[in-house]
Design a protein around this ligand. Structure first.
Ligand code: THU
Length: 130
C-alpha cells in the first residue's frame, strides 16, 4: 500500500512544471475510499503564483469526490525527505487527522513516516466556529 503511494508520487513528479526552481516535486494521496490522487508542483513566471505538488493533489482529491486524506506521500527529485511547506501543512490538515500518516520519500521509496500532528503541532482548527 505504502509502496503503491510512493510509486504514484514518483510518477506524478514527472508532470512537474518547474522551469524556474528546477525542483520537481510529486505527491500522492490515498483518500478515505482507497483511491489515489496525485499532483506535481506547477510554477508561474510571476513566481509567487506557483503552487506545490501537495496542493495539486488535494485539488484532484476534492474534485474526484474524496473528502479525507488517509495518507500522503511526498517526493522531490533533488532532496531526500522533502517535507511539505507551511502552507501545505495547513492545507493537508484541512482534510487529515492528527494521526494521518505523511510519508517522506527518497528516490528508492518511503524513508520516514510522520504524523500530521508531528508536522503541524497545535494546528489552527475550525473548532469554535459557528
Ligand atoms: N514544493 C512543493 O511542491 N512541495 C513541497 O513540499 C516543497 C516545495 C515546490 C514549490 C516550488 O515549485 C519548488 O518546490 C521549489 O520551492
Amino acid at each position: 500500500m505504502m509502496d503503491e503511494l510512493f510509486e504514484a508520487a514518483r510518477a506524478a513528479m514527472a508532470h512537474a512544471h518547474a522551469p524556474y526552481s528546477r525542483f520537481p516535486v510529486g505527491a500522492a494521496i490515498r483518500d478515505e475510499t482507497g483511491r489515489v490522487h496525485t499532483g506535481a508542483n506547477i510554477e508561474v513566471v510571476s513566481f509567487p503564483e506557483g503552487w506545490c505538488a501537495e496542493t495539486t493533489a488535494i485539488g484532484h482529491m476534492v474534485m474526484g469526490g474524496g473528502r479525507r486524506i488517509a495518507e500522503i506521500a511526498v517526493i522531490a527529485e533533488k532532496m531526500a525527505l522533502c517535507t511539505p511547506c507551511g502552507g501545505c501543512r495547513q492545507r493537508i490538515a484541512e482534510f487529515a487527522k492528527a494521526d494521518t500518516k505523511i510519508h517522506l520519500c527518497d528516490e528508492t521509496g518511503v524513508k520516514l513516516t510522520m504524523t500530521m500532528a508531528e508536522l503541524l503541532p497545535r494546528a489552527f482548527e475550525a473548532e469554535g466556529f459557528d
